[in-house]
Ligand binder design. Sequence first.
Ligand code: XMP
Length: 319
Amino acid sequence: DWTMAAYRAEAIEKIRAQVGKGRVICGLSGGVDSSVAAVLIHEAIGEQLTCVYVDHGLMRHGESEQVVSLFREHYNIPLVHVDASELFLGKLAGVSDPEKKRKIIGGLFIDVFDEEAKKIGGADFLAQGTLYPDVIESVSALGGPSVTIKSHHNVGGLPERMNMKLVEPLRELFKDEVRALGRELGLPESFIGRHPFPGPGLAIRIPGEITREKADTLRKADLIYIDEIKKAGLYDEIWQAFSVLLPVNTVGVMGDVRTYEAVLALRAVTSTDGMTADYYPFEHAFLGRVATRIINEVQGVNRVVYDVTSKPPGTIEWE
Ligand code: XMP
């Protein structure tokens, strides 16, 4: 695609001009945006870039392995893999408020990046995969005409204590354009087509208090759900599909035994940019199949419900 080839060349020139001989640290989230940003920046400045992938213990099943192998094996881009799950889950223990969760996670990410930056003798820039819709949603969140809905994104500057400037080469792009750029940069199709995943990860898909056990339960259920979506050939039609582990137990019966376990909500939406969305109209037989598998295969869940809320008035995530 000639447009993206031109964009790529121009973006690379801009990155070189901005960064000069400086050192850049780039946080990878496992999502398409940060991956495309990292590959693009690496193409521009090579070894001046250090990529850091922080596993906060709230990633999806298999995510860490996929990111590590994409960078180290497919691209041969060095990647620092930090297992910080103890740190994150420890600080999140007992916290229920969604915005507090985001603040804690955002703060810890910065601490970890800071530490990694120190290890390489300091970094001058922090790279982020901020997209255009992130910029607009945050502008209204930062005192514009509309109220703050969620403190989604890091747009709007870093905390003062981080002595780094931002490099955001995707700031003018929408998601479909980032995917086109990713293709241009040779990212595997399996990676490009992945559903978006929020920075705070499963933390905002576990309303109420987060525990490692809950995260494990959610990961297992979500894997089954996504697996069934892929088997049904629906994955690429859906913008985002995921499960939410509710802090509600209900009574059920398994064999002749009474159970009292958690409810799992399934979410799937279509969208072009995440700013508005419609719930996906699955066939009932599909939903029934997923519910049966999850209840049979995942301990701790005895009821499954499907979310039929569109955005607006709902948001895509539950928190
Ligand atoms: P909402 O829930 O606001 O989500 O309709 C719109 C898109 O943004 C993602 N999202 C986040 N991404 N940090 C992120 O990096 C966050 O805190 C966050 N909250 C929501 C969401 O997954 C959807 O794609």
